[in-house]
Design a protein. Sequence first.
Length: 536
Amino acid sequence: MQEAKVRSVRAVTEEEDKLPEIPEVYTANKVEIQEFETDAFLRKGDDLKALRGVHPNTKRRITNELKKFGHSADGETGSKQLNDNSEITGYDAFGVIQPPHDLAALAAIYEVSGPHYSAVNAKVSNIAGLGYNLVETRKTKRAIEALEGNEKSLAKARKNLTAHKDEIEEWLESLNDEDSINEILENIWRDYEVTGNGYIEIGRKRDGEIGYVGHIPSHTIRVRREHDGFVQISANKTQYFRNFGETTSNPIGNDNNPNELIHIKRYSPAGGNYYGVPDIIAAQHAVAGNNFSAQFNLDYFENKAVPRHVITLKGANLGVAAQAELLAFFETGLKGQNHRSLFIPLPADDGINKVEFNIEAVEAGTQDASFTKYRDGNRDEILMAHRVPITKVSTASGVSLANAKDADKTFKEQVCQPQQSILEKKFNRIVKEYTDAFEFKLNEMTLTDANTQSQIDERRVKNGIDTANEIRTRDGKPSIEGGDERVDPNAANKLKEQANEISAEGNRARDAERSAKATDSAGAARNPKGEGRTTP
């Protein structure tokens, strides 16, 4: 069967590679993440009609809206009334909802805040970056349990499952020619942590089978108001995406077979049912404070650590030219210059007034690395918002090994595992279209070494909790013959009871033998030791 080319709409252009500047986060008595003018959906009027991929009917609708509010084709006719809707944007034209925070600003902050950058990467590595495995579903496990006792059928079933698992792994890795599944999941989860939203793109063949899975940048996607899909604007092109598994017609473009998206969002009341909100929003003041304190230190070192001065002249007046030269020297002449000399011509004493020239440093104390404690507090606030222990992003002084292990355990159980469950459930929607024998499972961060883990596995097998093949499957190894037999946890006690019973029977036999030997063949009792037998 001829297969259709699987499309992937990617935001890889020179314009998108340029990161927007860090947002102006400081206003009078308020720190906030403001909107960027780089939001492609804020384009207006004719700029919308110039986008490629827009259906002619959509362009005509935009034109009619522009005419209605005084924007005719010839620029002369049309209504002159003042109206808030006189400039329709991409949000109006494409029926999408504006996110509560500018996604481009959030993407920019990720690369300019060290603690935020490290915390996001730590979460991505431990949630989506440890690889994955395919584990048997409950349905498969029940089918295997039903074959216990029939070694021939059980061995055949195990062999078929192993081959099927290999087939699924090959299928998953064939869904993207450029990126592995691990890379795709990491990119999706990085978007999720940075912007609060992650998207899995799915493309289908002509026969309806999934033929492509990939990552699509979250800051370029907007959610349709009717929850009937998504719209992307990238450079000078727009693209519509369906919800996964739906067959909705394209409301804005010419593509009759659009790709599908699975939306993963970090819920927040601010985002409602449309968008997620990232953790860093809770620590935006700390991010802004770190940026300003860092800029202060940079300005200080740009002046070669020379503090500000007060210049006083007593008993004489400098000319305008001399004053300008003196100020220029201290304001700009010292920047980037080491050990410069200063020559200032002064008038002579007049016998009454003595000319004095003094330079006093206003900031004579230690100025390097200012706001150290403040920056440390901001760092802790950012990590607290992410719920990432400091040992995961840097070396912390005063943190004992025991405290570090407890923090890792909390991080695994309260942060990583719940988030892994979310990602697994979303991705298993794709896997279930191919098989119901296995399900997608992300590898978890481990808190034990290999030796300790082997001891744990041994005890679980001996106590009948797991079988040998279940342990091997978890580690990605093929099953072995006889590995599905579950150990009876009471077997050891039964063997001990049997041994005790055998020992007791032996003791009873020896007692009976001693009793029998205590009487001779004639039935007469034996004399006590040392006494001979008497004759009548």
